[in-house]
Design a protein around this ligand. Structure first.
Ligand SMILES: *Cc1c(COP(=O)(O)O)cnc(C)c1O
Length: 434
């Protein structure tokens, strides 16, 4: 469920007409719904209500300072993957003490920054990392709280680039080797064993792989609790969202109309499947969802540059491109695309919806049916709140887009569009070229 819907012919986010945002701040611009993020957070909390829960929002999905502050105000901690993200938590006025630090290659400087700011735990991916953590913690006269990431070897049935829980990828330590890793960790003087972690992949649309992974790992978790007194079990993130019927899925009626065996995963179904498996462990349960928290809470607004009619093929050229939203080019992912002003009296058009970048991969949709549109009209790419802005680049010397947050009937610019001067501020022409 989300807060994007047509009011009359005009697409709104909460009570804001999105055309007003596009007119005031230009395009391409990301727009986020504060209410949708709050709803997603509340549904996750309710879905697993029987547990002692700590939600650590995976901010790599969307790390805008306003988004971070919003989740902090709701009570969330954060799942962090870099020193930059640690600094974002601090800059947003949120607390690092409720946050965990993940990733396969944490540098010594990043580890020190996390320790100095009282990180809740490090999620460790290898034995060499244990050594490094103990070394840095010892130097600072501290103990590093750790949880080891175990790889349960479960197929998440998702896109190859975002599956992480199979034994043949770089993440975590195989379950069979994990007990030895904990024994090794226990011998380091400056480590404190605090939990256990897993994360099997992203954009999962069924509870089954989560259930399989928890079933596989739970006996080991119980053993760790008995032997090392661990306090928490992080089951990672990965809950998927609706991309194909993105707009319709904002309404409860759409969910009610889905046959039970085809209904995409909801936090309620996820909670119902997992709570009975997790409750007997008697541990704090950490969740690290990113995409679910923000994915359906954001859209990317863009403007039509041209309708280029070709022999057998039409191209709708828009002012957003793969540098603004890379998911279609990188993961072949689908985004629903809708006009901000809907006019049912117009003819339908079938077109490829493309950006202006000189790459055939710069294509948001192939042979997409949409109402006929002309230059200057606005479109929204739905479900763009996760892995949108955070994966944006400056390819083709295109400035990073603007970001806006809607709250009820008001909206705020939460990141101004980058200027050319900002883009090139660090570049220098060396003396030998002058
Ligand atoms: C990326 C990541 C997440 C969040 O994944 P989503 O699919 O966005 O929920 C959580 N935990 C870890 C360790 C990750 O790498």
């Amino acid at each position: 469920m989300h807060h994007f819907r047509y009011v009359g012919p005009n697409l709104h986010c909460e009570s804001v007409d999105l055309a007003a945002v596009a007119s005031l701040h230009g395009t391409p611009t990301y727009v986020y719904s504060a209410a949708t993020m709050a709803d997603n957070y509340a549904r996750l909390q309710r879905g697993l209500a029987g547990l002692d829960l700590q939600v650590c929002y995976a901010m790599k999905a969307n790390s805008n300072l306003a988004v971070v502050r919003h989740f902090a105000n709701l009570g969330a901690g954060f799942d962090l993957v870099s020193g930059g993200e640690i600094r974002r938590v601090i800059a947003a006025g949120a607390d690092v003490k409720r946050s965990v630090f993940a990733g396969v290659g944490k540098s010594e400087a990043e580890i020190a920054l996390a320790l100095e700011n009282g990180i809740f735990a490090f999620h460790v991916e290898s034995e060499p990392e244990l050594k490094r953590l103990s070394h840095v913690a010892g130097r600072l006269g501290l103990k590093a709280p750790v949880a080891i990431r175990v790889n349960p070897d479960v197929d998440a049935h998702t896109h190859a680039k975002i599956t992480t829980g199979k034994s043949d990828n770089k993440f975590g330590i195989p379950l069979a080797a994990a007990a030895a890793a904990y024994e090794a960790a226990a011998r380091y003087p400056h480590l404190e064993l605090k939990g256990v972690q897993m994360h099997i992949g992203s954009q999962l649309t069924s509870a089954a792989p989560f259930v399989e992974a928890v079933r596989k790992v739970a006996p080991f978790v119980a053993e760790l609790k008995a032997r090392h007194g661990i306090q928490y079990f992080s089951i990672g993130g990965g809950m998927g969202i609706v991309y194909r019927d993105a707009l319709a899925s904002g309404q409860a009626a759409w969910w009610d109309a889905q046959p039970a065996d085809q209904r995409p995963l909801t936090p309620e179904a996820y909670g119902a499947a997992l709570t009975p498996l997790l409750q007997p462990l008697g541990l704090t349960i950490l969740l690290e969802h990113g995409r679910f928290m923000v994915g359906n809470a954001g859209v990317l607004l863009t403007r039509v540059e041209h309708l280029k009619r070709g022999a057998g093929k039409n191209f709708l050229v828009v002012d957003a491109a793969m540098n603004d939203l890379v998911r279609p080019a990188m993961y072949e992912s689908y985004h629903e695309i809708v006009p901000l002003h809907r006019d049912t009296s117009r003819r339908a058009l079938v077109a490829d919806i493309v950006g202006p970048i000189c790459e055939s991969g710069d294509c948001f949709a192939k042979d997409r049916q949409i109402q006929e549109l002309g230059e200057g009209e606005f479109l929204a790419l739905m479900s763009a709140g996760a892995y949108g802005y955070t994966m944006a680049s400056r390819y083709n010397t295109r400035a990073l887009p603007a970001e806006v947050m809607v709250h009820g009937s008001s909206f705020d610019l939460v990141n101004a569009r980058e200027t050319f001067e900002q883009m090139t501020a660090q570049e220098r022409i060396p003396a030998f070229l002058r």
